[in-house]
Design a protein around this ligand. Structure first.
Ligand SMILES: CC(C)(COP(=O)(O)OP(=O)(O)OC[C@H]1O[C@@H](n2cnc3c(N)ncnc32)[C@H](O)[C@@H]1OP(=O)(O)O)[C@@H](O)C(=O)NCCC(=O)NCCS
Length: 333
């Protein structure tokens, strides 16, 4: 086994770390040209490193740069940078605390085997008692994915995109005995009645995500508010007077550093009641959403799903969405 020198980040590493990060970011955009052009800019990588490591000059030998965050680098025998990993403790009132490394929080030199040591050093100091580790990995980075899988991580969430004009909605199947229309003020109860569909689909096997009462209450409140979302495309499907499905499309949020995905819209949530699935309602909602989004000038669509949720996973892939990013999770016993 090769050994690497692992130590905390110090400001003298900034240039080499930024250069490794810039290469990883360019590779992401090469694989997905629809991602923001900021990924190609070397200066963005330098700014990210500066923001993640602010205060590291004053940090102690453990490399702790802020409460609950650690930045670590791996060096080869010749002192060259093999990789870096920044990790942060994040709190979540409903789902509990976790340790996370975002997609810009790590990068590895090609061919290096330094990840296990980096992981141990970075997650160790902030990981005491914390059983949930999360990492975002580009879908195009097969070596990175394999390295995280070897460390016990598994796929949890896929973040995908497609050009609206490329989406496959099988128009022949969307002529069912149901009606689709845009939601608006007065639809609060209709939307509330559908608010728990995704959570319920993901509470049991094979997702086993659970559905805490606080989460369901938050969804209930959020769905009523969808009726008044002027910027969103919120669609409802009805069988007679009964709401049986919905989709909500929002302007895609721009990344503060990389900028927005040009003409980006996010299909944030969508579901059909269990007894109406497989009858074309999801396709019809998608077809209408695509048409309205295109009429509003959108060109690229984002969507994300639990990879263990079979209906979402197969439905979005069959529409033509390709994952560009995965959230990987490791839950310790
Ligand atoms: C994913 C989901 C929204 C799809 O909605 P739906 O109303 O069942 O979707 P449809 O009936 O239009 O399409 C489902 C499948 O049935 C097929 N289908 C639809 N109508 C059909 C018909 N008349 N004849 C044959 N096949 C048909 C579709 O082609 C599709 O298969 P494909 O994806 O392989 O092409 C739904 O399964 C759901 O609510 N799942 C749980 C909640 C969830 O996971 N939401 C997504 C969160 S990210």
């Amino acid at each position: 086994m090769r050994r690497y020198g692992i130590r905390s980040y110090n400001p003298g590493d900034a240039e080499a770390v930024a250069s490794l990060l810039a290469r990883a970011r360019r590779a992401r955009r090469l694989a997905f040209p629809l991602l923001p052009s900021g990924l190609d800019e070397k200066e963005s990588a330098a700014r990210i490193v500066a923001s993640k490591t602010a205060g590291s000059a004053a940090a102690g030998s453990a490399g702790t740069v802020a409460t609950g965050s650690v930045s670590t680098v791996a060096l080869g025998a010749d002192g060259s940078l093999q990789g870096f990993l920044f990790v942060e403790r994040k709190e979540d009132e409903i789902w509990g605390p976790s340790l996370r490394a975002d997609v810009n929080d790590w990068a590895l030199k090609a061919g290096t085997e330094a990840l296990p040591e980096l992981y141990a050093a970075a997650f160790g100091p902030v990981g005491e008692g914390l059983r949930e580790h999360r990492v975002l990995c580009p879908a195009s980075d097969e070596t990175g994915l394999a390295a995280w899988f070897e460390l016990g991580f598994g796929m949890e969430q896929a973040y995908a995109m497609a050009r609206l004009e490329d989406l496959e909605v099988g128009s022949a199947k969307t002529k069912g005995d149901f009606q689709i229309r845009r939601a608006g003020p007065g639809d609060e109860e209709n939307l509330e009645s559908l608010s728990s569909l995704i959570a319920e689909a993901q509470a049991g096997p094979p997702v086993w995500a659970g559905a805490p009462a606080a989460y369901l209450a938050e969804l209930h409140k959020g769905f009523a508010a969808l009726a008044g979302e002027a910027d969103a495309i919120v669609l409802l499907a009805f069988r007679g007077a009964r709401p049986v499905g919905y989709q909500a499309w929002f302007p895609a949020e721009g990344d503060p550093l990389d900028g927005a995905i040009e003409g980006g819209v996010e299909l944030a949530v969508g579901a059909t009641i269990p007894e109406e699935r497989g009858r074309g309602i999801g396709l019809a909602l998608s077809a209408k959403g695509i048409a309205l989004a295109q009429a509003s000038g959108y060109r690229t669509c984002l969507v994300d799903w639990r990879t263990t949720n079979p209906s979402a996973s197969s439905f979005w892939k069959a529409r033509g969405f390709r994952p560009f990013l995965y959230r990987l999770t490791r839950r310790l016993p």
